[in-house]
Ligand binder design. Structure first.
Ligand SMILES: [Fe+2]
Length: 189
């Protein structure tokens, strides 16, 4: 097995242990969206897409929402912890140093973006939330929290990614209504 496949296998094994039921599907789905947005996305980006939420799978080191008043502060601690968990996994598989550094940098900034690669990752992550997480998030968190989370996710999408999200067809009427409310929420403009 090559170094990159070793790393992907280890990352998937860690995420398979997450208590958040949507995590394994979201990890692979974020890679799928990344490759749809940019079929030439490099290995560092693909590793970062797969591992960006790895923090949530580590029950001991996991960053807890309840410890933060501010959602953005929570998300930034989540991203930093994810990069710290990812680095030794990549090193153990013998991934080249420049790919290790770039993959960890991308995980660190995946919630905020700021350069073409991390903006792509942020879009792929946010589209995937709407594609595969929304319904399970709603079942667990209820309408008000899901609406808040979705509005936050929608606002961070690029114009191109918004068009993709706006065309998602949900089987559930409640999720279609949620998306409609998010798109037409005046405060999102
Ligand atoms: Fe994510």
């Amino acid at each position: 097995m090559n170094n990159i496949d070793c790393a992907k296998q280890k990352i998937r094994a860690v995420i398979a242990g997450s208590r958040v039921p949507e995590d394994p599907r979201h990890a692979d789905n974020t890679v799928e969206w990344l490759l749809r947005l940019d079929p030439d996305a490099d290995q560092a980006l693909q590793l970062a897409a797969l591992a960006h939420d790895i923090d949530r799978a580590d029950d001991v080191r996991k960053i807890k929402r309840a410890d933060f008043d501010d959602y953005d502060a929570f998300k930034s601690a989540h991203a930093r912890n994810g990069a710290e968990i990812l680095r030794p996994i990549l090193i153990a598989c013998g991934v080249a140093g420049n790919i290790v550094d770039e993959a960890c940098r991308l995980v660190l900034v995946h919630e905020v973006g700021g350069d073409p690669s991390s903006d792509l990752l942020k879009d792929a992550d946010s589209i995937s939330y709407f594609d595969v997480n929304l319904s399970l998030y709603y079942q667990r968190e209820g309408w008000a929290e899901t609406k808040r989370r979705s509005l936050w996710g929608y606002r961070r999408l690029s114009a191109r990614a918004r068009k993709i999200v706006e065309n998602i067809n949900y089987g559930e009427e409640a999720m279609s209504r949620m998306l409609h409310e998010i798109i037409y929420d005046k405060s999102a403009e």
